[in-house]
Design a protein around this ligand. Structure first.
Ligand code: V3L
Length: 85
């Protein structure tokens, strides 16, 4: 079943929905009250920081992307880099 709300990270001029596995991990960590979580995404460890609502690569913190939790129907560029048509 499709959840009502999902996690997104910022792209250029829009938002990308996280892939399903990462979304499940983010839900679990957030509901568990964690302030942040380290996740392996496309071969790199990313920190997802719920306090500041940001994600960034653990070993290279210059690129900081905003994240949000929003309706699954919110406007998006696609899912995890796969563009919607
Ligand atoms: N899930 C998948 N790929 C990611 C994620 C993530 N949570 N975070 C970063 N990347 P950085 P536009 C994004 C990818 O932050 O045109 C989009 O998914 C990231 O991919 O410096 O700018 C698109 O594929 C980027 O390729 O660690 O909106 C692509 O950018 C790479 O990791 C272009 O999107 C480095 O990101």
């Amino acid at each position: 079943t499709t959840p009502r709300h999902v996690w997104y990270y910022e792209g250029r001029g829009g938002w990308w929905q996280y892939d399903q596995r990462t979304n499940t991990d983010l839900d679990a960590a957030f509901m568990n009250g964690q302030r942040n979580i380290d996740l392996l995404i496309a071969g790199f460890v990313y920190v997802i920081d719920f306090e500041n609502m940001l994600q960034y690569r653990q070993n290279e913190t210059q690129r900081r992307r905003r994240i949000k939790y929003d309706l699954v129907t919110a406007p998006k560029k696609g899912v995890a880099g796969l563009k919607l048509n």
